[in-house]
Write a protein that binds this ligand. Sequence first.
Ligand SMILES: *Cc1c(COP(=O)(O)O)cnc(C)c1O
Length: 840
Amino acid sequence: MPHEEIAPGSTAAADVLAPNHPLALAPVGAPPTSVDGFVREFLHNLNFTQGVALSTSSANDRYLALALTVRDYLMARWLEDQRRQTERQDKGVAYLSAEYLLGRQLDNNLLASRLTEVATEALAACGIDIDDLRQQEVEPGLGNGGLGRLAACFIDSLATMSVASIGYGIRYEYGIFRQTFVDGHQIEQPDAWLTLGSPWEFPHPEAAQTICFGGHTETYDDDGVTRSRWVPAWNVKAVPYNYMVPGYHNGRVNTLRLWRAVATNAFDLRIFNAGDYAEAVRAQTFAENISKVLYPEDSTPQGKELRLQQQYFFVAASIQDFFAHVLADDYDLAKLPDRIIFQLNDTHPVIAVPEFMRVLVDEKGMDWDAAWAITQQCFAYTCHTLLPEALEVWSVDLLGRLLPRHLEIIYRINDEFLLAVRERFGDDEMRIRNMSIVSDFPERSVRMAYLATVAGAKVNGVAELHSQLLRDKVLPDFDEFYPGKFTNVTNGVTPRRFIRLANPRLADLITEALGAGWTVDLERLRGLETFAEDPEFRARFAEVKAANKRRLGEVLRERDGFTVSEDHMLDVMVKRLHEYKRQMLKVLHIVTTYEGIVSGRVEASAVQPRTFVFGAKAAPGYAMAKRIIHLINSVGSVVNDDPRVEGRLKVLFPPNYNVTLAESVIPAADLSEQISLAGKEASGTGNMKFALNGALTIGTDDGANVEIRQLVGDDDFFLFGMTEPEVEALWAKGYRPSEVYQQDEQLRRAIDLIASGAFSGGDRTVFEPVVSNLLYDDRFMVLADYASYIEAQHTVDAAYADQDAWVRSAILNVARTGYFSSDRSMRDYIDRIWHTPPSY
Ligand SMILES: *Cc1c(COP(=O)(O)O)cnc(C)c1O
């Protein structure tokens, strides 16, 4: 990664921290301190910030002191990067995302600053096991799943690649709920992640922005020009909380800025002065609700008013912040496209488009056409779905009440857009209705994906197949109208967190084989192909996998009281619970195998021992998803305790799947389940993490599975199921799942066993909704792909029986999937969309 060195003691460094300060800018390339130095700083923080002696300190005191110490060593770089970015005004990226699923910060920041060994030794010298402190950190669960984790991977890559960028989002007080199980049912607990202190954030109340809502608009005469202005009714304060985003070993520290809603004084004082204390507090609570909690719906947003408030709150704060603190005061607004690109992570931030127009036109006095031309170059939109129910829509009624000026702006954008469509395609009313940003059915509402597509310089899907379907099926008229606007950027994952931190044993083995450097140039993993042919390397790779299984066993024993048998194949399906992802298909495979044994048709001893690991949260209002969770747990309790199975099948469902659990589970997996109905999973990123950690995939031709299979090759990937065109053809022809059930005896036995009450203490009603859903309303074609899935699982068993060949395949999976580094995704965004030259 190219970057200039700053000599410690240079004037630039002096501006940041006093040159003789022990934490002043150190050269990149070596640990920034010695063990002794680290001990001193750690004890200093323990004594002077936590206010405790080592002997009386709690684990939380020690964790906080450690975090502060690590933070201090990143500080000079962070300050320096802020200074340089302000000074240079290079073109940069503002990534707008309502979610960041960051995972724990301590380990990542130790790795980035080369302090892992030094800190481990320093703490040992103080009689502390650093692992005990790692466990103290509550991960900030500020996202639901793949979309939020993607944002976290992207900001890591941008920092590692020295791209000028800032991430903007919301500092939810309560992140994604903590999942527990009671009698197999999901129970949600609030995620109070801030209660023990949050050492990684820097609040800046002095830099708060005021965000307005409600009211009405009016026109006025501005020197003969009629202009509109917004007269809002109420406002809240947006307080920025900054987080460090350190690059890997490049001395770069970017910023993630998350906004917290706080009541404005004007807002509550007026009422307070009127003597109604309770009302003043209520008003304050009302304002602060905006950043109180992350909505737990993944892929199926509910059109809730508070959610629209959240969306506008964070993008308005970010745009104001950009103009007030990021952009130089004297910057020529006509040149904004040379300075900034706002990347919209899905439709959640799309209200930024009319907000940007409002700022340019109403506040900066720019003429509409000029402002619109600039806006269309300053935004780009990433679509993350194909599910129609996931495409966000806001009712005109709600928008008009909450953001009346924005609604006017959206109407004008739409009028001008439809005029251009008419000019191009003639008065094709059907097409005009289909393309209109404002739709009339089922109620008058704004289609946010259409607004983003009209405004965006580029629109990208997140895997080749998804981008193609986006153009062909979701937005074909727009693709025709805007040739060249649509593009693809296949998702990726950061190898820092998902290999280096999650799988240190594999990381060491790779470094031994290939040398250092692969962490920031993941295509180098190709070099492992030749090692796959080396029996000694295979043995060592197998030992890494075995050690990771033992480590997972320790984690799950401690956490949930589970045991993991080392001689079992570890078959893993971890992701949000959603019908389109088809956890039900996995359940049917387990029940089929179990039914074969208990009916006596299959000898238990002939069954490949497998441990099935599930991890999945269901949206609290998603009844079918919660029933499926209950079913998985119920199948587990029956199968795990049935002596006829001879311990050869185990179903483990550790609750509360999150990034921390992913980091333990994925490196231990043998088999990765990526079994969504073709055409439904936009990309997936879990699939990439597994392949990079040496699990083989059983998967459909969906999302990025397609590209994984192309790279890995058919011999080392278990493909099954219909293709997307086959799915379409079956729908067209008429799909009757009950006929599939009638015609497939094995399937019938499995479903009948569930329906019989075998997993519900004889009560046939408990899982009746799941069964009838499969038989009569199988929207995701579980039954249609069942036979093919079971057959592919037999192929898996046969392949696993030859361990040496399996390990070779696993190594080839690692060797051939370097493409899925989020560094490569970032390069693609830069080349195809952002055109941000590499900065210093
Ligand atoms: C990677 C990841 C996801 C996304 O998984 P998919 O299989 O792509 O849906 C969700 N949650 C967590 C915690 C993750 O780390």
